[in-house]
Design a protein around this ligand. Structure first.
Ligand SMILES: [Ca+2]
Length: 371
C-alpha cells in the first residue's frame, strides 16, 4: 500500500505541480468493519474519551452525557448552563482538563444569550461531581453578537503551554468583521484556563485590538488540532473554498478578502484568491466537503492511517485522510460506504477510531480493522 502510494507520488509529481491536490483511489476502504455502539443520539456534536470504555459527549439541545461503551448505558449530567439551541447553535464542544482524572474539570463551548440579550459564543469551565456540573464559570464570551444563529465555530484545543485555543466563527452576516481586530468574529482565540489573557498574545499591546485574538480572517472553523509540527485548523468556505490552514500568531487568513469560493447565490464574494499580507491555505476544497471535525491519528490500530490528518465531512459523507508530503496534499476518501454525514471523530486511548454521525437519531460508530 505504502509503496503504491509512494510510486504514485513519483509518477505524478510533475503533473501535480499544476494540480496541487492528489486524489487517490481508496484501496483501504474495504479494510474496516463498523459497529454501532450508541444510537438515538439527539444532534450529538462532540465527544471525549474519559477512558477506553467511557466517553463524555454533548448534544446540541444542551445535554451533556457520559456513556459506557461496553454496557451501552448513558447517564445525563445535570446543571448544564442554558444554551440557545437554534440554527447551528447549541451545546458544542467538550474537552477534558489535563488533570481531569484528579479534578474532574471540563471546558465546553456553546451559544447562548448574553446579559444584553444578544446571541453569541461562550466558553465555560466546570467540574463534574455526582453526575452534575458544579463551579460553572464563563471564561470567555465572544464579542460577536449576531442576529442569525450561524457560524459559531466552537472548537477547543490546548497548546503545549496549557493555554486554550477556541475558534470563533464569522456569524455568517458579519463576515467583513473577520478582517477587523476590534471584535471576535472570524478569529482564533487564545486564553488561559481561568479566562485571563496570556501576556504573549500577539495583539495585547495593539490599540483597538482585542487581546484574546491569536489569528484572524477566518470563516467558520470546525477543525482544530495541535500537533508536534503546529496548529492546524480547517474552515467551511462558502460555495467552494473549504480550507485547511497552518495557524500562526497574528496572521491574517484572508476571509472574506481572499477566497477560493463564491457565495451560495453564485455572486462573487471577492475576485481575489491571493493578497499580500494574507496567508494561503495548505489546501482547499472546491466543491465544498463541509469539514466538521479533525484529528491527527498517531495510534497503531490502523498502520495505514498513522500520522495522517483525518477530517470528517458532512457534504461528502466520508473521512478525508490527508498527508502533507513534499508540498503535496495526498488525499484518500475513507468510510464513504457508510453513506452518512459525519459530525465528529476521536481515537480512543488505545487508538480505536470512533465516528459520530450528524443530526437527530445520530449514532456512535466504532471502526475496527478487518483482520
Ligand atoms: Ca483563507
Amino acid at each position: 500500500m505504502k509503496t503504491k502510494v509512494l510510486s504514485s507520488i513519483l509518477i505524478f509529481a510533475s503533473v501535480a505541480l499544476a494540480v496541487k491536490i492528489l486524489f487517490l483511489s481508496s484501496p483501504t476502504s474495504k479494510d474496516f468493519i463498523f459497529e454501532t455502539i450508541l444510537d438515538d443520539l439527539d444532534d450529538a456534536w462532540s465527544f471525549e474519551f474519559i477512558n477506553e470504555d467511557t466517553i463524555l459527549f454533548t448534544e446540541m439541545p444542551g445535554k451533556l452525557k457520559i456513556a459506557s461503551l461496553s454496557g451501552k448505558s448513558v447517564i445525563n449530567i445535570d446543571n448544564v448552563p442554558s444554551v440557545q439551541y437554534l440554527g447551528q447553535g447549541g451545546l458544542s464542544e467538550v474537552v477534558l482538563d489535563h488533570d481531569f482524572h484528579s479534578n474532574q474539570k471540563i471546558f465546553f463551548s456553546y451559544s447562548s444569550i448574553n446579559k444584553n440579550g444578544q446571541l453569541t459564543l461562550f466558553l465555560s469551565s466546570a467540574e463534574i461531581r455526582n453526575n452534575a456540573l458544579i463551579n460553572s464559570k464563563v471564561i470567555f464570551e465572544a464579542n460577536a453578537p449576531r442576529n442569525r444563529p450561524a457560524h459559531f465555530g466552537g472548537k477547543i484545543a490546548f497548546l503545549s503551554d496549557k493555554t486554550i485555543l477556541l475558534t470563533s466563527g464569522d456569524g455568517y452576516d458579519a463576515r467583513e468583521q473577520a478582517q477587523k481586530l476590534d471584535n471576535h468574529f472570524g478569529k482564533i482565540i487564545r486564553i488561559n484556563k481561568d479566562g485571563s489573557v496570556p501576556s504573549d498574545n500577539p495583539f495585547v499591546n495593539k490599540e483597538n485590538a482585542l487581546p484574546e485574538i491569536y489569528s484572524f480572517g477566518h470563516r467558520n472553523m470546525q477543525g482544530l488540532v495541535v500537533t508536534a509540527t503546529g496548529i492546524y485548523s480547517h474552515e467551511h468556505g462558502p460555495k467552494g473554498g473549504d480550507e485547511i490552514n497552518l495557524i500562526k500568531p497574528s496572521l491574517n487568513y484572508g476571509w472574506p478578502s481572499i477566497t477560493y469560493g463564491i457565495d451560495y447565490s453564485g455572486e462573487i464574494i471577492s475576485p481575489f484568491t491571493k493578497k499580500e499580507g494574507m496567508e494561503q491555505p495548505l489546501l482547499y476544497w472546491t466543491p465544498s466537503i463541509a469539514p466538521s471535525d479533525m484529528i491527527f491519528y498517531e495510534g497503531d490500530v490502523y498502520p495505514q492511517l498513522k500520522n495522517s490528518f483525518l477530517v470528517t465531512a458532512l457534504a461528502s459523507k466520508d473521512v478525508k485522510k490527508i498527508n502533507f508530503e513534499d508540498g503535496l496534499d495526498i488525499q484518500e476518501s475513507l468510510f464513504s460506504e457508510l453513506g452518512i454525514r459525519l459530525r465528529n471523530i476521536q481515537a480512543s486511548p488505545n487508538g480505536i477510531i470512533y465516528l459520530l454521525t450528524d443530526g437527530p437519531k445520530g449514532k456512535l460508530i466504532k471502526v475496527l480493522p478487518k483482520k
